[in-house]
Design a protein around this ligand. Structure first.
Ligand SMILES: NC(=O)C1=CN([C@@H]2O[C@H](COP(=O)(O)OP(=O)(O)OC[C@H]3O[C@@H](n4cnc5c(N)ncnc54)[C@H](O)[C@@H]3O)[C@@H](O)[C@H]2O)C=CC1
Ligand SMILES: O=C(O)[C@H]1O[C@H](OP(=O)(O)OP(=O)(O)OC[C@H]2O[C@@H](n3ccc(=O)[nH]c3=O)[C@H](O)[C@@H]2O)[C@H](O)[C@@H](O)[C@@H]1O
Length: 465
């Protein structure tokens, strides 16, 4: 199958390289010429385990993946996967401008395409936005009609940074939102399809435009993923609005789960209870599950904050006050402040060095978007402290936003002469810290991630235990 992926960022690059590696012919389209050059030179533009080897196998003279800045190349493909950014506006609402512009670019090319095309929206967008904003943009730019000349499906992505390739290749589920189910969604629930079922029609066999045509092509697109996973992937076939909401519900549910365990952890701390023992025990209840129960300084990243904000803003626009979601964000905003308050209980940090261990929003990435280190650094600045920060990968990115902070090359250097240490990211190397604490002026360690072992010689405070 010939596939175009528009947008070669975190999601698009992984999708393109994996699909090419599994046998599709893929063209990656991006407006960033430097990114395109790097990909064509065989360099994965982002760091994800397993990505570079897939780029190595697929980019090159006879390779199945190449990149371009020329949108016209998507004309020779059967499917276009849209993986364009959908960031937050100042007020938290979703900024659709980039993805709308990109769908217009797709539409202009479709104007000259004779045969059927499927546009697959992988970007995270709120329910209704595909039908109300993206389809009109495509129709206007192409002069063609959705449901006749092309179809638009919603197919959210659930990959996490650091495990994006593995997540794409072994998904918990595939969600296919198509127009055919839009009409049916009032009539009944969506169905979970057998991915190997013969019941799905051949998209090219049917001259009449039917919604099943989009579904058939989605199945064809993902057939090698399903096959590589031994057929063991649940496929949810549903309406486009439902598919869009599944993505938000998934992320907001996980963010809420962390905020709930953080709230419980804060209460545990008041009682002198070890919240990690409690979390381990409640996680044994299958209805709760053991994942995402690590309490501490809170959730960050490129998507939990923006998707939670977009859903809250969207709900308000519809006239619904999302009180619980507001509280979920409220708890998350409070955790870094509690980390600082715990430090205040032990030392006055004004004019003193304070070590900040970890700047990335989670380990194994250099990404600082939504990182809890940011409110921590701001809190230290308010207190007139001198933060000395260390992160194995993310210092350069944090420096762009916080140039006044002193960045050092090791945890040991950060701890030297510090009156306190704040642990923000659970980098595994922090677990091995030991005699490095001896060089601190006062060895107060406030751990926001349960990564440091409490030991003799340090004053140890766990944030939620
Ligand atoms: N980052 C992640 O781990 C995940 C992201 N998502 C969602 O996927 C979508 C994409 O996210 P990311 O990959 O992180 O974004 P990103 O910002 O890393 O990549 C977007 C890419 O699109 C390119 N682009 C912008 N306009 C273009 C146009 N008109 N034509 C061609 N290329 C264009 C940009 O140059 C950029 O390389 C978002 O909606 C996000 O919420 C979903 C799951 C995981
Ligand atoms: O939409 C997205 O972009 C992605 O968002 C998250 O992935 P990601 O942000 O890469 O990272 P996570 O591993 O989910 O961690 C998010 C944040 O939660 C924090 N976290 C996670 C788990 C936990 O138990 N406690 C906790 O505080 C992490 O430290 C991190 O700051 C989701 O896990 C992905 O399924 C989703 O596709």
């Amino acid at each position: 199958m010939h596939v175009s992926v528009i947008g070669s960022g975190y999601v698009g690059t992984v999708v393109g390289a994996c699909l090419a590696d599994l046998g599709h012919e893929v063209v990656a389209v991006d407006i960033d010429p430097e990114l395109v050059d790097r990909l064509n030179a065989g360099e994965a533009p982002i760091h994800e385990p397993g990505l570079q080897e897939r780029v190595d196998r697929t980019v090159g003279a006879d390779g199945r993946l190449h990149a371009t800045t020329d949108h016209a190349e998507l004309r020779d493909t059967d499917v276009t996967v849209v993986a364009i950014q959908t960031p937050s506006r100042e007020d938290g609402s979703i900024d659709l401008s980039a993805v709308e512009a990109a769908t217009r670019d797709v539409g202009e090319v479709l104007a000259d395409k004779d045969d059927y095309h499927l546009v697959v929206v992988k970007s995270t967008v709120l329910p209704g936005m595909v039908e109300e904003r993206l389809v009109p943009a495509l129709e206007e730019a192409s002069g063609k009609r959705e449901g006749v000349d092309f179809d638009v499906a919603v197919n959210p992505e659930f990959q996490a940074q650091g495990s994006a390739v593995a997540d794409f290749l072994n998904p918990d589920k595939l969600v296919f939102g198509t127009a055919g189910f839009d009409a049916q969604s009032d009539a009944g629930p969506s169905r979970s399809a057998d991915p190997n079922s013969d019941a799905v029609p051949d998209p090219d066999a049917d001259a009449e435009p039917t919604a099943d045509r989009a579904l058939a092509r989605l199945h064809e697109l993902y057939a090698p993923v399903v096959e590589a996973a031994d057929g063991d992937v649940p496929v949810v076939e549903t309406g486009r609005r439902e598919a869009a909401m599944v993505k938000y519900a998934n992320n907001v549910f996980l963010a809420s789960k962390i905020s709930l365990i953080n709230e419980l952890g804060n209460v545990c701390k008041e009682y002198g209870v070890d919240s990690y023992e409690v979390a381990d025990a409640i996680g044994l209840d299958e209805r709760i599950g053991s994942e995402f129960l690590r309490s501490g300084v809170g959730w960050g990243g490129s998507c939990f904050p923006k998707d939670t904000d977009a859903l809250r803003a969207g709900a308000r626009e519809k006239g619904y006050e999302p009180e619980l979601l507001d509280a979920v964000v409220g708890v998350n905003d409070r955790q870094p402040l509690r980390l600082l308050e715990l430090l205040d209980r032990h030392v006055d940090v004004e004019d003193e060095r304070v070590a900040v261990l970890g700047l990335a929003f989670k380990p194994d990435t250099d990404d600082v978007r939504g990182s809890r280190a940011k409110p921590v650094l701001r809190g230290l600045a308010e207190r007139g402290a001198h933060p000395v920060a260390y992160d194995p990968q993310a210092a350069a990115n944090m420096r762009e936003e916080f140039p006044e902070v002193e960045y050092v090359d090791s945890a040991a250097a950060a701890l030297e002469s510090a009156v306190g240490a704040l642990v923000v990211t659970d980098w595994p190397e922090f677990a091995a810290l030991d005699e490095e604490f001896e060089s601190m002026a006062t060895p107060v360690v406030v751990d926001g991630r349960r990564i440091i072992e409490n030991r003799e010689g340090i004053v140890y405070e766990g944030l939620t235990w």
